[in-house]
Write a protein that binds this ligand. Sequence first.
Ligand SMILES: [Fe+2]
Length: 387
Amino acid sequence: MIKPSRPEAPGAAISLSAARLVDGEVEVFWKGRNSSARFSPFWLRDHCHAKASLNAETLQRQVDTFAIPVDISPADLKLADGGRSLHIVWHEDPVTSILPAAFLWQVAQTDGRDGAPRRRLWDRESIGTHFPSMPHGEIMSSESGLLRWLSLVEEFGFALATGVPATLEATEKLVRRIGYVRETIFGGLWDFTANLAFKDTAYTPVAIGPHTDGTYSIDAPGYQMFHCLQFDGSGGESTLVDGFKVAERIRQADPQAFDALTNTMVPAHYQGDGVHLRAEHPVIGLDHNGDYRQIAYNNYDRAPFRLPAARMQVFYRALKLFHESINDPALEITMRLAPGTALLFDNWRTLHGRRAYLGYRRLCGAYLNKEDFDSKLRVLRGLQESV
Ligand SMILES: [Fe+2]
């Protein structure tokens, strides 16, 4: 469902200069913007903002879409409130429809879709040694601070928070500043040392190659936070790789491999601890525009699957190329997560890993759902625009 904008939404000052019927469509012209757009009469009736058609509180549609005559046509078009809205009288319906100019403008700009995320792809050289980072105090004390931090995560696929109290409680508060702690088979907020509590390599001190989490989950965790609460030993640096940068490199260098990685559904599984999870994702997931949507790669958790011989061979070759690329030192960054520094990263974009370590390490963290992070970012951006 396309969500209409609230009447008080940003852009409420936008107004119309004219409206006319052209080839069975309604063409509207915006004041001072030198542009117009056409809408079908049926669509306009379906998106009517009159009280009986749209609940102003919940923005839920109340018009009975399926009772609208398919050939509904305007009998009269009128600009109201100095052009702030368009009123339509219909031949086939006693209702006078109201369409706010700002709403029509917004839909005309985006077709009702989210815009592309603001991303900057990086490799070791381009990102340098100053990683995106914000002081914990700013993130916790102001909405603009939180927005800046989440925007860094959107742009780079990760960001650090510095000066976080090295406690489980402070880490949880930081996560909940963004959204819900996601419950998984590992629980909610984790707090673990190398004790092999679960049947997963994350619970051992060995090195872990770059991967994304939850390849076996239909809705893999969107974001993950790590906060090292205690470390007494050597090694254990965290590694990050921009999966979209890797994908872009493969797209340009080897179209056949790129095709195999984007079009082969790879099953993954998690069996143990009383569960049997299973999901399928392409290694490189694209959206309907061909933009990068989701990297899903964890060679440890890949489930058995077979393709016809020729395709299997191409897939293995492509998988090897992907593996070599994500392990290319030129694409990887490393950081030692010390108590007080929390790392938040996009698990649909950024691959993470860890060097082997010796000693005692206590790490806590949590998963966040993709939709909750995205929701918070939209809300914060809406607040900023309405100031
Ligand atoms: Fe992991």
